[in-house]
Write a protein that binds this ligand. Structure first.
Ligand SMILES: O=C[C@H](O)COP(=O)(O)O
Length: 236
C-alpha cells in the first residue's frame, strides 16, 4: 500500500503536559511528512518546538477569514504561517454545527489559507438526517463549490459524515468508497481525499484499503501516542 496521509486533530483537548508527552513520543517515531498534528492555537509553538527535528507537519484547526485588522479573538493565516504551520483544517463539521460556519465563510477561509501559502484541508460531510432523506450528494456538492477554480494540488478534502464524528460509528467501506468517488468526480480525479469519523488503530487498515481513500483525519484516537503512532505505522 502506498504511503497515506494522517492528520491528527486534537480539537479543544490537551495541555502543555499532555501535548509534550504525546508529541515527544511522536518526535521519536521517525515519521514522514505524510503525518500532521493540528493542536489548539496556544500549543502550536510548543508542537513546532517538539517536532522541529522531524518531518511531521503542524497545522491549525481553524483560521480567520480576514487577512489583518481589528478582529478581536481571531488568528490570521499569516500568523499561522509565521509560527510555522503548514496546513489548516477549514469548514470542520463542528465549526459548522456549533459556530454557524457556512460554506461561504469557509470559502473565504480557504482563500486566506491559500494566500498565506498554507494547505487548506477542507471538510465536507452530511448529517444523518441528510443521508436518510437522500440529499447527501447534494449537500456535499454544494459544500465543494467552495473549491471551484482552485487547483487541486493546493488543497485536500476530508470527507467526514457528521454522524461518524466522535460517535464510534464509522462509515462502511461501501459508503466511504462511494462518497470519495463522488468527490473526486465532482472536483478532479487527482484530488487528495481523506476520510474522518471514528477512525482508530483497529479500523485504519480497513479504511485505508478503500478505493479513493488517500488518508485519514483522526480526532479522538490522536490523543493517545500509542494509538496515533499505530495509525501512522499502518499508513506507511
Ligand atoms: O477531525 C477529526 C474528525 O472530526 C474525526 O473525529 P473522531 O476521530 O473523534 O471521530
Amino acid at each position: 500500500m502506498a504511503r497515506k496521509q494522517v492528520i491528527g486533530n486534537w480539537k479543544m483537548h490537551g495541555s502543555i503536559g499532555q501535548i509534550r508527552s504525546v508529541l515527544s513520543e511522536v518526535s521519536r517515531a521517525e515519521l514522514g511528512a505524510n503525518v500532521s498534528v493540528c493542536v489548539a492555537y496556544p500549543y502550536l509553538g510548543l508542537a513546532k518546538t517538539l517536532l522541529k527535528d522531524t518531518a511531521v507537519q503542524v497545522g491549525a484547526q481553524d483560521v480567520c477569514e480576514f487577512h489583518i485588522g481589528a478582529y478581536t479573538g481571531e488568528v490570521s493565516a499569516a500568523m499561522l504561517a509565521d509560527v510555522g504551520c503548514e496546513l489548516v483544517i477549514v469548514g470542520h463539521s463542528e465549526r459548522r454545527r456549533y459556530f454557524g460556519e457556512t460554506s461561504e465563510t469557509a470559502a473565504r477561509k480557504v482563500r486566506a489559507t491559500l494566500d498565506a501559502g498554507l494547505l487548506p484541508v477542507y471538510c465536507v460531510g452530511e448529517t444523518a438526517e441528510q443521508r436518510e432523506s437522500g440529499i447527501a450528494h447534494q449537500v456535499i456538492a454544494e459544500e465543494l463549490q467552495v473549491l471551484a477554480g482552485v487547483p487541486t494540488s493546493l488543497y485536500a478534502v476530508a470527507y467526514e459524515p457528521s454522524w461518524a464524528v466522535g460517535t464510534g460509528v464509522i462509515a462502511t467501506p461501501e459508503q466511504i468508497a462511494e462518497m470519495h468517488a463522488f468527490i473526486k468526480q465532482t472536483l478532479d480525479a487527482r484530488t487528495r481525499v481523506l476520510y474522518g469519523g471514528s477512525v482508530k488503530a483497529s479500523n485504519t487498515a480497513q479504511v485505508l484499503a478503500v478505493d479513493g481513500v488517500d488518508g485519514v483525519l483522526v480526532g479522538g484516537a490522536a490523543l493517545s501516542a500509542s494509538e496515533f503512532l499505530e495509525i501512522c505505522r499502518i499508513a506507511g
